[in-house]
Write a protein that binds this ligand. Structure first.
Ligand SMILES: CC(C)(COP(=O)(O)OP(=O)(O)OC[C@H]1O[C@@H](n2cnc3c(N)ncnc32)[C@H](O)[C@@H]1OP(=O)(O)O)[C@@H](O)C(=O)NCCC(=O)NCCS
Length: 212
């Protein structure tokens, strides 16, 4: 299995990607934004998409979109062909898309909206947190993408405050803060290992319930 950044040589897979997305939405019975082959070709050609191929056969796809002048990016359109499901492929594609997002747009918040448990699980493991739509981009172009979803009337009725999808957000600032805190902790441990060990054992005795 080859998982790579897509380019123009992958335009020939646009049709297969659209068909797989549409078929899967039908089977799931949930709403999904419809995509045309032209729309997918744009994503395949701009260096912001990941495609998985098995000996030249389409296996999976996901793309990055930039919103609100690079304040936000979304990892969207995740699809794994039914022949390749339940083998961890979606996870690998999402991880690669996430890494590419951080590399190309290091300051952007990364978000997605989904009704799918698999996607929620993957996002959570990558460090996304569930949130309300108010914390996501207010770029109207992003929400326009929902127009082709069968639940769009709900989104409109609630004035874009909520719908059936759950919003999930990764904030690089929170992640960097956590990393910095970990560094400080490591620094304390290095500077005074004995005192650190004692403090740790006191904390554990106070907060961790001992097994009987
Ligand atoms: C959702 C989808 C991308 C998952 O692809 P996949 O390659 O089978 O997923 P993975 O094997 O990487 O599984 C990732 C995790 O999700 C879980 N999972 C996979 N499919 C699931 C499902 N249908 N329901 C619940 N959990 C599921 C897996 O158990 C795994 O969790 P774990 O790490 O705790 O074991 C694929 O089923 C698909 O393309 N579906 C149709 C399109 C779709 O729903 N896209 C998302 C739109 S937001």
């Amino acid at each position: 299995m080859e998982i790579q950044i897509a380019n123009e040589s992958h335009f020939k897979y646009a049709e297969a990607i659209c068909d797989t997305i549409a078929e899967s939405a039908k089977v799931r019975g949930t709403g999904i934004a419809k995509r045309t082959p032209e729309y997918i070709c744009k994503r395949l050609g701009n260096g912001n998409a990941i495609i998985a191929l098995d000996n030249g056969k389409f296996a999976g796809f996901c793309y990055i979109e930039v919103w609100g002048h690079e304040k936000f990016v979304a990892n969207s359109g995740l699809i794994v062909h039914p022949d390749y499901r339940s083998q961890g492929l979606a996870k690998k594609i999402k991880e690669k898309t996430f890494e590419l997002s951080k590399e190309k747009f290091p300051d952007a918040k990364i978000f997605g909206i989904t009704t799918g448990l698999a996607v929620m699980k993957i996002n959570y493991e990558l460090g996304y947190k569930p949130t309300t739509f108010s914390e996501l981009t207010d770029d109207p172009e992003f929400w326009k993408g929902c127009q082709t979803c069968k639940n769009f009337d709900i989104l409109t009725r609630t004035e874009r405050k909520m719908c059936l999808c759950t919003g999930m957000l990764y904030d690089p600032a929170t992640d960097n803060k956590k990393k910095a805190e970990n560094e400080v902790t490591k620094g304390h441990e290095k500077a005074n290992p004995k005192a650190f060990k004692k403090l740790k054992s006191i904390k554990e005795s106070l907060f961790i319930k001992k097994k009987e």
